[in-house]
Write a protein that binds this ligand. Structure first.
Ligand SMILES: Nc1ncnc2c1ncn2[C@@H]1O[C@H](COP(=O)(O)OP(=O)(O)OP(=O)(O)O)[C@@H](O)[C@H]1O
Ligand SMILES: [Mg+2]
Length: 347
């Protein structure tokens, strides 16, 4: 097998703030093969967005990648000059955000926005670019696409704008599409339509996809693998099926238990005390220990490494064996994790 499409190793990102240094990403590792989809879940502030934005050079002037690498297609994104990265972004890697208005230019007709990137890269003539824009709008389910090329973003509904943004993202046939909470702002039916669309586009084009979501249901439905983030790190990563059946990290278990349809939990979802740790802190011990039912003294002394427990299953927990057994047997300690973990993530 050749090199993976994207291999992120020990990625660390910080922000300088008047109150101190924010340790937003504290050593993230993952591998994404071509054509695969990876879901990134975790509560607010766990570093999901910053991880992805840092790969694309989009963390702003106060942010800095302070360590690690991100090999994409044979080049290290982290070491690339802004100009080169800008080239990769858009051509090989496309991003869509929760709010399409952050990506769409409100005062430019959407046809022009879609054709602009194609023409800038001189892949298509003006006529070809227009043709392809119509084709793309049609493909993402915009009725009367030729006519709508002349409309402005405000003339589209939220769901339709999201479709336009997907068309824009796909214009240059990216190898990787990163979607950061792509449907959070949409109502449930439209959400499902947009996600189904992304899934079928992925099938057609063979692109890889990273979906960042606070919704574990979305992640399990639409992804091959899942990475669970906590305090700027991935604490568990494996296939969707294995995560559900062999949950090995107490925080991942808490997330699953809080999502009733797929969880091991037997009782209703409860609002739970406990907060994620401050990102101003550097963790020498397990960052989840203060909220963990399974903790022992070692968890408060050392930080567990993300280690392979099975091929394609990585966990950062000293008590992964105990957790997985407890979860499978549905015993009290496992069920109580639900009580001990804050309600996952806000919308
Ligand atoms: N521009 C910034 N300046 C300072 N700190 C930042 C900046 N952007 C993000 N952070 C901090 O970095 C950490 C990770 O943030 P990030 O946005 O990646 O979280 P997230 O997992 O995407 O959360 P959410 O689910 O709310 O989108 C947080 O502590 C956040 O406050
Ligand atoms: Mg985010």
């Amino acid at each position: 097998m050749g090199a993976p499409l994207l291999e992120v190793k020990d990625l660390k990102v910080e922000f300088k703030r008047p109150g101190g240094v924010v340790h937003a990403v504290n050593g993230v590792n993952f591998v994404l093969e071509a054509g695969q989809s990876l879901g990134i879940v975790g509560e607010s502030g766990s570093g999901k967005s910053v991880t992805m934005l840092s790969l694309l050079g989009l963390i702003g002037r106060t942010g800095r990648v302070v360590g690690g690498s991100a090999m994409f297609n044979g080049v290290d994104l982290v070491k690339m000059a802004p100009r080169e990265l800008q080239d990769v972004r858009g051509r090989d890697i496309a991003v869509i955000f929760q709010d399409p208005m952050t990506s769409l230019n409100p005062i430019m007709k959407i046809g022009a926005q879609i054709t602009e990137s194609m023409r800038m890269r001189k892949i298509y003539s003006a006529a070809e670019a227009k043709e392809r824009a119509i084709e793309l709008l049609d493909r993402v389910g915009i009725p009367q696409p030729a006519k709508r090329l002349n409309d402005y973003p405000y003339q589209f509904s939220g769901g339709m704008r999201q479709r336009v943004m997907i068309a824009l993202a796909l214009a240059l046939k990216p190898k990787l599409l990163i979607a950061d909470e792509p449907t959070t702002a949409l109502d449930v039916t439209v959400q499902a339509q947009v996600l189904d669309l992304l899934e079928s586009l992925q099938d057609e084009t063979g692109m890889a996809m990273i979906i960042i979501t606070h919704d574990l249901g979305v992640a399990t439905n639409y992804c091959d693998n899942l990475a669970v983030m906590y305090a700027g790190e991935i604490v568990e990563m494996t296939s969707v099926d294995r995560l559900v059946e062999h949950t090995s990290h107490p925080y991942a278990l808490g997330l699953l238990n809080s999502t009733m349809e797929i969880g091991h939990g037997k009782t209703a979802i409860q609002p739970i005390p406990g907060n994620p740790p401050s990102a101003l802190k550097v963790h020498k011990a397990c960052p989840f220990a203060p909220r963990c039912r399974f903790k022992s003294s070692v968890c408060q002394e050392r930080k567990p490494e993300l280690a392979t427990v099975e091929p394609n299953h990585l966990v950062a927990c000293f008590h992964a064996d105990t957790v997985v057994k407890a979860a499978q047997q549905g015993d009290d300690a496992a069920a109580e994790v639900m009580l001990n973990v804050a309600q996952p993530i806000h919308a």
